[in-house]
Ligand binder design. Structure first.
Ligand SMILES: [Zn+2]
Length: 119
């Protein structure tokens, strides 16, 4: 890969970084909650379906946020957005690593040229 190719690829990746304001890290879980008493639905064993945003933190901690069902599509999209942004950032970082290598090797090559005998 040349500098120019890397720059073009990086520009394309950067253009993909849109919608950053709505990202959400975590995963969606559906679980059923039950009232301990006084609820006919729960007494029948049906319970109440509940969507939860589950977010993990270092040290194995997690936070769970219950969602209204109408929030689920939006949250699902925001999680997907986060995943894509993260993937794109990772790709840009890899590219920048290659650019560092290219710079280093070019500097080395030009130094080698300058110290060739007969110059
Ligand atoms: Zn209930």
């Amino acid at each position: 890969m040349t500098h120019k190719q890397a720059a073009v690829t990086r520009a394309k990746l950067l253009a993909r970084l849109t919608g950053l304001g709505t990202v959400l890290r975590g995963s969606l879980l559906e679980r059923t909650t039950y009232h301990s008493s006084g609820c006919p639905k729960c007494a029948r064993g049906e319970g109440h379906p509940q969507w939860v945003l589950n977010v993990g933190y270092p040290g194995g901690k997690t936070r769970q946020l219950s969602l209204r069902s109408e929030q689920v599509p939006q949250v699902r999209q925001a999680i997907e957005q986060y995943r894509q942004v993260k993937e794109t950032l990772e790709a840009i970082s890899e590219l920048n690593q290659q650019l560092l290598r290219l710079d280093r090797d070019e500097a080395r090559a030009s130094k080698a040229r300058n110290t060739e005998p007969g110059q």
